[in-house]
Design a binder for this molecule. Structure first.
Ligand code: NAD
Length: 260
């Protein structure tokens, strides 16, 4: 149902973003993937996406810490594929440390990638969406956009900010056929989660098993990780006409975490 539409998914060389790119392509969207990784693997994925959609698939290496590269990415998508009609603000990074020891450059990088890059993406994409009177802005926030955990100040601040940014934009574009929403997963089994296990082990003096069961899944009443494919299916639903009344929402998908 997305044939003729163009989707940009930031941070889509891995994890949730890659699952979103695949799910949108499977519905016929031309997709632009973005993020870091090995060139040959990225190109193989790009070809697979084009095969899935029967439309074009592009890779763009724009660094989400750089506003001018984000604007260039959106213009390139417009020039080469049309649109963009759908943006999935998904690139995100994490760093685990108490505020008293939090490195300034980590704070700046997390705010830039997790919060400012969605702002720059929206700013560049909304004029194109307004021209077509249709758009879907989907941002991967987190349960940490609603509640906090110790040692994640920059991430929690950025994700709370992303929820506020999304609500504001939803109000601004409400009459333009454009919706803006956050999907807020709990713990999803991706490299981002796997990679923070060693730092959490160090920060809290725990074993790998203790971090998995007592820290990560401690907050998730279902005791199951969310899957990238579940998040992607939700993003696809938000692109449907049936979802056009859903806007300005921060939609939890967290195995009950924020119900507690
Ligand atoms: P991941 O580490 O698997 O993927 C992150 C992606 O972002 C990769 O493609 C990476 O190359 C890209 N990226 C990182 N820095 C970038 C930059 N400067 N410019 C462009 N791309 C960059 O992570 P994931 O778990 O799939 O997370 C995706 C999103 O979901 C993030 O915003 C994350 O905060 C959010 N999230 C994840 C979880 C989880 O448990 N995994 C839970 C809630 C929210």
């Amino acid at each position: 149902f997305l044939r003729g539409k163009t989707a940009i998914v930031t941070g889509s060389t891995s994890g949730i973003g890659l699952a979103c790119a695949r799910a949108l392509a499977a519905e016929g969207a031309a997709v632009v993937i973005n993020g870091f990784g090995e060139a040959a693997a990225i190109d193989a994925e790009r070809e697979k996406l084009a095969g899935l959609s029967g439309a074009a698939a592009l890779y763009d290496p724009a660094d989400m810490t750089r506003p001018e590269e984000i604007a260039r990415l959106v213009q390139r998508a417009h020039d080469e594929l049309g649109g963009p009609d759908i943006i999935v603000n998904n690139a995100g990074v994490q760093f685990v440390s108490q505020v008293a020891e939090f490195p300034n450059e980590k704070w700046d990088a997390i705010l830039a990638i997790n919060l400012s890059s969605p702002f720059h993406m929206m700013k560049a994409a909304i004029p194109f969406m307004r021209e077509r009177k249709w758009g879907r802005i989907i941002s991967t926030a987190s349960a940490h956009s609603l509640v906090a955990s110790p040692n994640k100040a920059a991430y929690v601040a950025a994700k709370h900010g992303l929820s506020g940014l999304t609500k504001t934009v939803a109000l601004e574009v409400a009459r333009d056929g454009i919706t803006a929403n956050c999907i807020s997963p709990g713990y999803v089994w991706t490299p981002l989660v796997e990679n923070q296990i060693p730092d959490t082990m160090k920060a809290r003096g725990l074993t790998r098993e203790q971090v998995m069961n007592d820290v990560l899944l401690a907050a998730q009443p279902t005791k199951e990780f969310v899957t990238p494919e579940q998040v992607a299916a939700f993003a696809v639903f938000l692109c449907r006409e049936e979802a056009k009344a859903i806007t300005g929402a921060n939609l939890s998908m967290d195995g009950g975490w924020t119900a507690a």
